[in-house]
Design a binder for this molecule. Structure first.
Ligand SMILES: Cc1cc2nc3c(=O)[nH]c(=O)nc-3n(C[C@H](O)[C@H](O)[C@H](O)COP(=O)(O)O)c2cc1C
Length: 209
């Protein structure tokens, strides 16, 4: 009996290796064999321009449609008031109404989603976006700038909200720190540095040659 169980285990393991264990793994394999993604959308949220700068670099190398995410009711100009509002929204799960509408999302193969870290989370407007559109069976590619504290839970949240998408490794770099009066930082020579890193990443995830 023990022997039979061992054989069964081995057969399962072997067929798993042959067929690819998980859906995500399968998608990743397909991506590696598919040379170029055909239709690309780049959606980004940016308050002080850093994430926008990264979005523009991606656009320069990948093309597609570049779209800024705008709200029906924008956040206050004041930084502290925004921090407080975002904290309340994160706590209650409130999803702000988007002004930006994407036509025919089903036509895109790959959707880049760019956002700053807000309160160590995915900003509520990007949560709204991912709740509003069905991105199943597409690549959903996250990119981020932050004030030096990293991505927090934001990339995990993208994966959670896109369970049937292929979400490869995201891109992140330090941007501004509005709290300390540092607004647009990815400018001038920093754009050149950022471009080198973005290109490295796009090659790694097989989106450019
Ligand atoms: C409401 C708010 C919350 C923020 N929370 C964080 C945070 O938790 N961690 C962090 O590293 N940076 C935080 N930042 C800083 C931004 O992530 C950083 O400045 C980013 O580069 C801004 O991108 P943007 O210029 O595209 O708006 C926060 C900024 C704002 C406005």
């Amino acid at each position: 009996m023990k022997k039979i169980m061992v054989y069964c285990g081995l057969i399962t393991l072997f067929s798993c290796v042959l067929s690819g264990c998980s859906k995500a793994q399968k998608r990743q394999e397909e991506r590696q064999t598919a040379s170029a993604v055909k239709k690309v959308l780049i959606v980004y949220l940016s308050r002080t321009g850093n994430t926008k700068a990264i979005a523009e670099i991606i656009y320069k190398h990948v093309g597609g449609n570049l779209v800024a995410l705008e709200l029906e009711k924008p956040y206050p100009q004041n930084y502290q008031a925004t921090v407080q509002q975002v904290a309340l929204e994160n706590e209650s799960g409130f999803l702000p109404q988007l002004k930006t509408k994407i036509d025919s999302i089903e036509g895109y193969d790959a959707v880049f989603v760019g956002f700053p870290t807000w309160g160590m989370q995915l900003p509520p407007p990007m949560k709204s976006f991912l709740h509003s559109y069905d991105l199943s069976n597409k690549m959903v590619i996250p990119f981020n700038t932050n004030g030096g504290y990293g991505i927090g839970s934001s990339f995990d949240k993208v994966r959670e909200l896109c369970p049937d998408s292929d979400v490869p490794e995201g891109f992140t770099m330090t941007g501004g720190s509005e709290r300390d009066g540092k607004l647009l930082v990815i400018t001038g020579s920093k754009v050149v540095e950022a471009e080198t890193e973005v290109v490295k990443w796009l090659r790694k995830i097989n989106l450019i040659n």
